[in-house]
Design a protein around this ligand. Structure first.
Ligand code: AVJ
Length: 319
């Protein structure tokens, strides 16, 4: 029997002052834009193209780890769980676990209603027996889940090293929010990119085909469409560098000349060489990450890595 809330799409309205938040970031020194704004439909397509680049090892290695260890991963999670995936996007990665894992309910969450509707329809078509209850929300703002199904252990699925977009302290906070949404048994299955040679990281975020540059620059078009504006991508260049000290890739849009732009009726000034910080992508050795997760109330159950140890998949239980 299907739970009452199965096969629905729930929209969680969040009082998020979109224009105010974005403008505050562009008035700040240094200027910044949150990475969640990369993902309009063009940005999502560009990200998919990134995952297919030779230089971008992240998704290829994560997929390889899931392929190699799928049965062990599914065994660690157990059956009959309520699987929740914040930022599920195309709902492609859950397929790595299906049909071995038979969750009681799957709740993909995404900021884009359109994207979520399309992905959920495709998933239901391919896995008719799967109960899906999708939720349109921005998980970086907060997690609000319904109580049902009451007796199913809640397991969060957060692949792709998306956790790397958070500052380490914010990552602890977000994992704490997932932990707080688990009552009784439950867990967290998470994919985390590992620290490695600077040259490898540099190549992954500065691909020869320039797809990452297009992805970065597209955030300007997205903001123009969202708020009304004339930010011109031709006035900026893509910059990505590995900050070894902080263990993170930093991405910026650098103004190639002094100019002005308008966004949401506000005038923005850019000096030549001025940068907008658009993304951090933190890399963690497993031990560093395990320590963060422990602070959020999670206990390590298992760790799986590719042969080179470039990518880690970890399963934590609610402590
Ligand atoms: C989706 C955050 C995991 O940091 O590797 C890819 C995004 N940015 N290339 C990453 C991204 C530039 C990606 N995450």
């Amino acid at each position: 029997m299907k739970p009452a809330n199965a096969n629905s799409v729930q929209v969680v309205t969040q009082a998020e002052p979109l224009a105010a938040e974005i403008l505050a970031g562009l008035r700040a020194v240094p200027k910044h834009i949150a990475p969640k704004y990369f993902y309009d439909s063009k940005g999502a397509a560009l990200f998919d193209a990134i995952t297919e680049l030779d230089e971008y090892y992240v998704m290829r290695l994560e997929a390889a780890v899931f392929r190699q260890y799928r049965s062990a991963i599914c065994a660690a999670i157990g059956t009959g769980v309520h699987l929740v995936e914040p930022g599920a996007g195309s709902c492609e990665k859950i397929r790595w676990l299906l049909p071995d894992l038979s969750p009681r309910l799957y709740t993909p969450m995404d900021i884009s209603a359109e994207h979520l509707h399309v992905s959920v329809a495709r998933l239901r078509n391919d896995f008719p027996a799967l109960n899906v209850s999708a939720q349109v929300c921005d998980h970086t703002v907060g997690l609000r889940l319904r109580a049902e199904p009451q007796d199913a252990p809640r397991v969060f699925f957060y692949p792709g090293s998306s956790i790397g977009n958070f500052e380490p302290e914010a990552a602890v906070h977000f994992m704490g929010a997932m932990r707080a949404a688990i009552s009784g048994r439950g867990g967290l299955l998470i994919g985390v990119d590992t620290k490695k040679a600077t040259a490898v990281l540099h190549a992954a975020y500065n691909d020869k085909a320039g797809i990452t540059a297009q992805f970065n620059l597209n955030v300007l078009e997205h903001l123009n469409n969202l708020l009304g504006g004339d930010l011109n991508p031709a006035n900026f260049t893509h910059v990505a560098r590995y900050n070894e000290e902080l263990g993170r890739i930093e991405m910026y849009l650098e103004a190639s000349r002094q100019h002005c732009a308008v966004l949401a009726g506000e005038r923005l000034e850019f000096a030549a060489g001025e940068r907008i910080h658009t993304e951090n992508s933190y890399k963690y050795y497993p031990q560093e990450f395990i320590a963060l997760a422990q602070r959020a109330g999670f206990a390590l159950q298992a760790l799986w890595q590719d042969e080179q140890k470039w990518f880690s998949v970890l399963y934590f239980s609610a402590d």
